[in-house]
Design a binder for this molecule. Structure first.
Ligand code: NAP
Length: 333
């Protein structure tokens, strides 16, 4: 049986798709054909992938004959491609978030276990961006001592709005430096340069925003018990990066030293104890691991811990997707 794969990447020219391609190129998978897919905007571009040079295609290309597609385009487009791929009997890994709210699908985190190649599901759905780094840190702690509740503030840089989010922060910043009126926000609902605010989505009058709901629901699904979860998402004016200040209460006592030992062994996590170089959003840029530090006792409750987490969400999401692909297709297909 051969394991030379034909792989499509939907959204190959975007922030997430580029990371998936970069990590796919470094992976052990044998790829004999790459089909990068974007919009008409990218027609004429060619993607360099190992020794292949693949022209960008659009939605007019057929997925038939491919072994696997990564869905990395905005959700509506990813959903359409998912349907087409399933009709064409092509396996899919959804990294876009398009399918993550469906209660029928299991959210897949490769380091928690990759479905066996014999498991027939053609669709693997990754958790949404901000949920994954939190799950990678919290689940090992939960396994060690049980979790009663998790509360925290999640900081999201402009990369959460994709390539256009990064460009939008850049244009705003340049305008403000030049003492010009910043352009009207298009990607985010309000200006983001030199400011912080709750991430709007469609907040209902009193409740969480849709973004917060999505992260909390996905996190609850990935945790093993029934811990209460409450998170606030805040937009911060960094170009890339994710940070989270998290307070958690465990069922059994887990002192900071033991928690650090657990995190030191957790897959996909790197404990950060350098006292000089700060644990910043920038420190996580380009890393596949989630960084965690400042593990300390929470004096406000029994069995409480406080943590600071940073991650390059795009890189972490891409690494998870590629690990899922390696787990599924690494041996045979
Ligand atoms: N940014 C994050 O931190 C992050 C993390 C995890 C998941 N996600 C999710 O991943 C998805 C993509 O995010 P991103 O940040 O990579 O966005 P992005 O930088 O704006 O990239 C979007 C990509 O999708 C392509 N695309 C757009 N519409 C398409 C269509 N109708 N058909 C085919 N391709 C289409 C674009 O092609 P062109 O370049 O040709 O326009 C581009 O390659 C979103 O659903 C996002 O929520 C994002």
């Amino acid at each position: 049986m051969t394991n030379d794969l034909c792989i499509g990447v939907i959204g190959a020219t975007g922030a997430l798709g580029s990371e998936v391609l970069a990590l796919l190129a470094e992976s052990s998978l044998h790829v004999k054909q790459l089909v990068p897919i974007g919009t008409e905007r990218s027609l004429g571009q060619e993607i360099e992938f190992r020794d292949l040079l693949a022209p960008v295609e659009t939605d007019s290309v057929s997925l038939r004959g491919l072994d696997l597609v990564f869905l990395c385009a905005p959700e509506a487009a990813s959903m359409k491609f998912a349907q087409e791929a399933l009709r064409a009997e092509v396996a899919c890994i959804d990294v876009s978030g398009a399918l993550c709210e469906s209660p029928d699908v299991e959210l897949r985190v490769a380091v928690f276990g990759v479905p066996a190649a014999s498991e027939p599901s053609p669709l693997l759905v990754a958790p949404p961006g901000a949920c994954l780094p939190l799950a990678l840190v919290l689940r090992p702690l939960e396994e060690a001592a049980g979790l009663r509740r998790v509360t925290g503030t999640v900081l999201e840089g402009a990369s959460s709005g994709g390539r256009q989010g990064i460009e939008s922060l850049y244009r705003e910043t340049v305008a403000l430096f030049n003492q010009e009126e910043p352009p009207d926000p298009t990607v985010f609902p309000r200006p983001v340069a030199f400011d912080c605010g709750p991430i709007a989505g469609d907040p209902d009058a009193e409740g969480p925003t849709d973004r917060e709901t999505r992260t909390m629901d996905a996190l609850r699904r990935l945790l093993l018990g029934d811990a209460g979860v409450a998170l606030t998402h805040v937009q911060v004016p960094t170009f890339i990066g994710f940070g989270a200040s998290v307070a958690l209460e465990t069922e059994r006592l887990l002192d900071p030293t033991l928690a650090e030992a657990v995190l030191g062994k957790a897959a996909g996590v790197e404990r950060w104890d350098d006292p000089i170089d700060g644990l910043t959003l920038r420190a996580a840029a380009g890393r596949e691991e989630v960084l965690v530090g400042r593990v300390r006792q929470d004096p406000s409750c029994q069995n409480g811990l406080l943590l600071w987490i940073t991650a390059d969400v795009l890189r972490v999401a891409a690494a998870n997707a590629v690990r899922l692909a390696v787990g599924r297709f690494g041996q045979h297909h």
